[in-house]
Design a binder for this molecule. Structure first.
Ligand code: GDP
Length: 198
């Protein structure tokens, strides 16, 4: 497990201000409250990282973390989508930067898309899948807070999401995840290793 070595690198408001577009990175996206900070904490075994990303003023920035002191291997925490009480014009501005990053970032190897297992495939999620599809970039879906469902309903939810994404099965993988129980962390790590180190 390399991910506990993750360190905050930089926050960028726009693609132009991101670190050099070399090496490899994996980005995390999700609607706000999907459990993104908790998942990053579970993966890295550090509470400070996602807290950094949540510092007021940083929540709408693209936050970069290096792995194993190597700035050419990065985790990227994308702005949470759906935070209430910001003007529409500001939301549109964030969406523009997010789209710009997802479309043009060369070193981006894959997208981890987090969805609450009880409310998967929202309009935002579809939008993220479309960006990934446009550049044939792989997406790994975490169905978060799996501990909130019993085993049967959780695996039913997993199957349902898998079958509704059947046309994209070459590019999309799906797993259950619980930060609370630390379930699914190893599967996630393996996927990240595959994207970042091969
Ligand atoms: P973010 O806005 O996507 O970063 O979401 P957070 O990680 O802050 O989580 C949102 C809420 O869901 C918080 O109240 C968390 O405690 C809760 N939560 C996150 N992950 C889990 C989980 O695996 N299980 C349960 N039961 N609750 C979780």
């Amino acid at each position: 497990l390399n991910y506990p070595t993750a360190q905050f690198l930089i926050s960028a408001p726009t693609l132009a201000l991101c670190p050099d577009d070399t090496g490899a990175e994996v980005a995390f996206a999700g609607r706000s409250n999907a459990g993104k900070s908790s998942a990053i904490n579970a993966l890295t075994q550090q509470n400070a990282l996602a807290r950094t990303s949540r510092t007021p003023g940083r929540t709408q920035l693209i936050n970069f973390f290096s792995i194993m002191n190597d700035e050419s291997r990065r985790l990227v925490d994308l702005p949470g989508y759906g935070y209430a009480k910001v003007p529409e014009s500001v939301k549109l501005e964030w969406q523009k930067h997010l789209a710009e990053y997802l479309r043009n970032r060369f070193s981006l190897r894959g997208l981890v898309l987090l969805m609450d297992v009880r409310h998967p495939l929202t309009e935002f999620d579809q939008m993220m899948l479309d960006y990934a599809d446009q550049r044939e970039m792989p997406v790994h879906i975490l169905l978060t807070k799996a501990d909130k469902l019993k085993k049967g309903p959780a695996s039913a939810a997993l199957q349902k999401v898998r079958s509704s994404l059947k046309e994209w099965e070459d590019l999309v993988s799906v797993q259950l995840f619980s930060s609370l129980k630390r379930d699914g962390v190893d599967t996630l790590s393996q996927k990240l290793n595959q994207w970042l180190y091969t």
